[in-house]
Design a protein around this ligand. Structure first.
Ligand code: SAM
Length: 297
């Protein structure tokens, strides 16, 4: 095992381990942004995983002695994180979204969309929850967006699509784990190809990374599926198709919520449409909302 990880041999409590892992991570050139954004939070996430805890450990829990075997497991995690540059959620196979745990592996994007905040706020003040009878999510990946919506809007029909059958296997696993396999209809579809009917909300976090940006991404991103990120020269390959094809799938008062991330400016330039760009209190940007009548004009 790599000698860089030997520092944790001196740890006897979780408090020691938390700080020793943080020191080891801080000494490396790592990219954060797949669920945590700094070495301390990532260290806590490793310890939460070792203890199978859904919540960060409190001071009194941190005083406990480390269980036998945990130092070895922690070193194995550090090896994959530092030497293989894997994002932590692919090592632990877990990611949190809207307060829920989702199984993830390299078949799906790691959940991190600011859309979580919108869901937690029941889309207020933008949408009246009572107007949502049918919701479509395009490009569901792990299923995090569709399944979180289904758990909050218990009377709403939710349809989730993805073109990747690998991703849909993961979404189906998560639907089962969340007892939602009867609540969310999962469909393999190239955008709207196999979708039927009209929806009050179409929500999507499509691939939007321009080719030039793809070639410059930190190595951690190389573990994520290309299919979830790459979106052609200007990042608009999927956004353009979605905005163009959505109108027949929208009810009269329907709304599209679309994450455009780094392609936001290009989307504004390319489409002369009255997008509303949503402000997030908990961080994140690049999510726009547009109603059916503006899209149809
Ligand atoms: C950025 S990821 C979003 C995953 C998930 N919704 C989330 O927010 O974590 C984009 C997803 O779109 C899917 N995708 C790519 N091309 C697609 C297409 N033509 N039709 C449907 N889904 C597509 C990818 O497989 C991937 O799961």
């Amino acid at each position: 095992m790599d000698t860089r990880f030997e520092l944790i041999n001196r740890s006897s409590t979780y408090h020691d381990l938390l700080h020793d892992i943080e020191t080891i991570l801080s000494n490396e050139d790592l990219f954060y942004g797949h669920g945590t954004d700094n070495a301390m939070d990532e260290s806590m996430a490793i310890i939460m995983h070792l203890l199978q805890s859904h919540d960060p450990l409190k001071e009194d829990q941190l005083k406990a002695s480390i269980q036998v075997g945990f130092l070895k497991k922690a070193k194995e995690i550090l090896y994959q994180r530092i030497v293989e540059l894997k994002p932590l959620p692919y090592i632990t196979n877990e990611a949190y979204f809207c307060g829920k745990r989702f199984y993830v592996d390299e078949r799906v994007l790691i959940p991190r969309s600011p859309i979580a905040e919108l869901i937690n706020n029941r889309f207020e003040p933008w949408i009246k929850a009572s107007s949502l009878n049918r919701i479509l999510e395009i490009g569901t990946g792990s299923g995090c967006i569709a399944l979180s919506i289904a758990s909050i809007f218990s009377d709403t029909e939710v349809v989730a699509t993805d073109v990747s059958s690998d991703a849909l296997d993961v979404a189906a696993m998560n639907a089962k784990a969340h007892d939602s396999d009867n609540r969310v209809k999962i469909i393999e579809s190239d955008l709207f190809e196999n979708v039927n009917g009209v929806f009050d909300l179409i929500i999507t976090n499509p691939p939007y990374v321009p080719t030039e940006v793809m070639s410059d991404l930190p190595k951690e991103y190389l573990h994520e599926p290309d299919l979830a990120l790459a979106a052609g020269d200007n990042g608009l390959d999927f956004i353009s198709r979605i905005l163009h094809d959505a109108p027949p799938f929208l009810s009269d008062n329907g709304i599209v919520i679309i994450e455009a991330g780094v392609a936001s400016e290009k989307m504004e330039e390319a489409f002369n449409m009255p997008f509303i760009w949503i402000d997030f209190e908990k961080g994140g940007e690049g999510v726009a909302l547009i109603d059916a009548s503006s899209l149809k004009n």
